[in-house]
Design a protein around this ligand. Structure first.
Ligand code: B12
Ligand code: SF4
Ligand code: SF4
Length: 358
């Protein structure tokens, strides 16, 4: 039997516990599939917007909604952790000796931080439900890697809305939230879905260096610098190389120009996401010299470690080619003989660009 007053009190206390664990926001949605959301996911994949992310295609039928993954689920708890930056993420644009690492990757790996907090919240929920005489709940926790559409679920749970850059925007935290979700058998009363507050603004679409938005709210990953620098394993298509500038890991441009960021309090940022000093404005020259062992050591505990040395150095070479900085030529030259063909090809491209420097 559903004991609504006890579940409502549990929901109230769960919000306080989530805040204690470092979440900046939490909301509740019914664990229902939504036909429009599912159709848009399938359309996105049919259009090829996922590029080489085959895992998006393989599990699209599960990703499309909570019921498709787990029919026993009754509620979705959507959570956000803030990583609001203190300085303008676009400040290093065009700096010849420096590289740009997106804000989300300058601190500790959010997968680890958010997952740990989600698990702690899940344990709290099981213990509290038992203490309050409710049936033992089942739960599943997710951050990023599972076939779950975290952004639309966050919108359904009222913690923000999907902006025209497609990410979840919060009135209090702007574009700077990592998302996580818990599916549970507890039938929590849902919160109101968030309404769209983009209005006539188009700042994010205009800011995109590679024109990655075929229409508002939709990203073609194949054109997105985040995808090209993190997910894409092969040589970066020539048409995007110059537009990448000095971005070597991810991209913040569409997030950073969002007017809602002015309400984002860095005080709400989880302390684990404070930027590492050496990753705020790293020297391209130093990064180009990383071998496998040095790469692993430098990026231990950072999300950057996931892409491996070769892909990382490939990205740095594109930035070197764009730098117009002839003093990088010797280190670029040396990488033309790199055993990895993708690195070697990027070095040849960068060297030719630097030769053209007057
Ligand atoms: C695949 C993926 C990517 C891909 C594809 C991006 C994308 N837009 O989907 C790439 C590698 C490009 C990427 C990049 C980034 N990502 Co990413 N990514 C994901 C992942 C794993 C899946 C997203 C997904 O399901 N995409 C499929 C598409 C179809 O979903 P969608 O974008 O929600 O699409 C909806 C809209 O297009 C909408 N729609 C379509 N047409 C229309 C029309 C109208 C009128 C409307 C209203 C809506 C609408 O319907 C679709 C379905 O509902 C999620 C984690 C997760 N499990 O959810 C993280 C996630 C979305 N990424 C995240 C981040 C931080 C980023 C980057 C900012 C990282 C960076 N700094 O480089 C960039 C941002 C680029 C961008 N503008 O999107 C965060 C976003 C947090 C937030 N506040 O929203 C997530 C949630 C990870 C996390 N757990 O925190 N990412
Ligand atoms: S992350 Fe950068 S490249 Fe990707 S859509 Fe946003 S502005 Fe464009
Ligand atoms: S920049 Fe403008 S259009 Fe883009 S998400 Fe923010 S408010 Fe919406």
């Amino acid at each position: 039997m559903v004991n609504a007053p006890v579940i409502d009190a549990l929901k109230h206390d769960l919000k306080a516990e989530a805040a204690r664990l470092g979440f900046a926001t939490v909301g509740f949605a019914p664990a229902e599939d939504d036909a429009l959301r599912a159709a848009r996911l399938h359309d996105w994949i049919a259009a090829g917007h996922h590029g080489s992310m085959q895992w998006m295609e393989d599990r699209a039928d599960v990703r499309q909604g909570p019921q498709s993954m787990w029919p026993e689920a009754r509620s979705v708890i959507a959570l956000g952790m803030s990583y609001a930056p203190e300085v303008d993420p676009l400040a290093l644009e065009g700096e010849a000796e420096k590289a740009r690492i997106s804000v989300y990757a300058q601190g500790r790996d959010y997968h680890d931080v958010v997952k740990k907090a989600l698990k702690a919240l899940a344990r709290w929920l099981v213990a509290e439900a038992g203490r309050r005489g409710l049936d033992e709940p089942s739960l599943k926790v997710f951050v990023d890697t599972a076939p779950v559409m975290e952004k639309p679920l966050g919108e359904a749970a009222g913690i923000g809305w999907q902006g025209k850059h497609s990410n979840l925007v919060s009135r209090e935290h702007g574009s700077w939230l990592f998302l996580g979700a818990i599916y549970t058998t507890v039938p929590f009363a849902p919160d109101e879905p968030h309404d769209d507050r983009c209005g006539s603004c188009t700042a994010c679409q205009q800011a995109c260096p590679t024109d990655a938005f075929p229409q508002p709210y939709v990203v073609d990953a194949r054109r997105c610098i985040s995808y090209l620098t993190i997910e894409h394993k092969d040589p970066i298509p020539e048409e995007f190389r110059e537009a990448m500038g000095n971005r070597i890991y991810g991209c913040d441009d569409c997030l950073a120009v969002c007017p809602w960021n002015k309400f984002a309090e860095t005080a709400a940022r989880h302390k684990a996401f404070a930027p590492r000093e050496d990753l705020v404005a790293p020297d391209l020259l130093e990064l180009l010299r990383l071998d496998d062992a040095a790469f692993r050591q430098k990026f231990s505990g950072s999300p950057i470690k996931r892409i491996g040395r070769n892909r990382f150095v490939r990205n740095c070479l594109i930035a070197a080619g764009n730098s117009g900085n002839a003093s990088l030529a010797p280190v670029v030259d040396a990488l033309r003989d790199d055993p990895d063909p993708v690195v070697a090809e990027a070095a040849t491209w960068a060297r030719a660009k630097l030769t053209a420097v007057p």
